[in-house]
Design a protein around this ligand. Sequence first.
Ligand code: HPA
Length: 272
Amino acid sequence: MGLLEKIIETRQYLLSKIQQTPAIGLVLGSGLGVLAEEINNPVIFPYHEIPHFTVSTVTGHAGQLVVGELSGKLVVAMQGRFHYYEGHSLAAVTYPIRVMKAIGVQQIIVTNAAGGINPAFKPGDLMLIRDHINMTGQNPLIGPHIKEFGVRFPDMSESYSKTLITLAKETAAKNKINLVEGVYAGMLGPSYETPAEIRFLDQIGASAVGMSTVPEVIIARHAGIEVLGISCISNLAAGISEFALTHEEVMETTEKSKVEFLRLVKEIVAAM
Ligand code: HPA
């Protein structure tokens, strides 16, 4: 079965179980899935029950789609995402974004945990993603062009919506939430970077580094979805930090900054 036919089947399945279709999608990164627990009147779809969905394997990722109300808006949240380093194809990693588009999503908020490269950043900072650098050497659009999904050569000059960035900044200021801003470098992982790689990323203009988000944003832009990106700076990147990097540190920091993160995203959704 082709990708388009699969999407149509997944769409039918989801639409048969929800009353109204959400216009806002949330992709919740490592340690940030708790936001889905704040969704009211949720309809929960464990990934393994959704036709053609993949199942995520990283600890800290629950693996379910949650449709319901957040700040009075109907949203669909991915509680747990798929990563290329898990061995999934990029088609599988980005499948949920195409499904979101198919059920009517027009705006998404993508979130992740990232290592801070900008020396002014501290663990726990929330960073608005102004732009990204695709360092994966991969692209989810490689393959035959399926015109129903979008153009062959999509524009990426405003990958992260200026309107949503302004809205996020105003919302943060109004609610006294500290928000930094920068460029996200997307790596394949799963090994963390070497200090030399981090110096290189710094020189080419990256402020933070992580192992997700870029494929999803490419597919979202291809589909004409407006994107807002927020990174939780969970650690200082290799060589900037004097300590070795561990997934435990990443999870611990996101756990601590979770409260501010939840507050920020809820206020942004309210303002969208
Ligand atoms: N590097 C890559 N990915 C990450 C990091 C990091 O330092 N922190 C959280 N995700």
